[in-house]
Design a protein. Sequence first.
Length: 138
Amino acid sequence: MDGRSFLDIAREQIQGTTPAHWRTAAGRAYYALMLEVREMLKRWVFVPAPRDSVHTFVRLRCLYAAEKDLKKIGATLDLFAQLRNLADYDLNAVEFNNPTRAQDAINRVSHALVLLDAIVADPARVAVITADIRARWP
């Protein structure tokens, strides 16, 4: 299984007719991206220490990257981590009275995955990014 499989579930859930469907869609979209980025970092030999939050580890490696597309991915992760928290923990969140926010998550995560694929496909970009991560996170 890969993280993108969660995006398929998000697309199924967005078709539902209740806030529970839309909350689930938002959460699954976030996890699709977070898990794909985590696996990319693992392939590049960047793994969180046992005491670290994997969510924070992944998000910060992207948010503070020098590479603009990886930074965009980090911003997407940051935004939808917050939305996922609302979906999972705030039963009064009005963001899920309709499917709009969850659909936005699906759309933006889909775009972020395209950016991720472009990064991974370019060895020169990967070399610059991994050197930057090593320099910022010794």
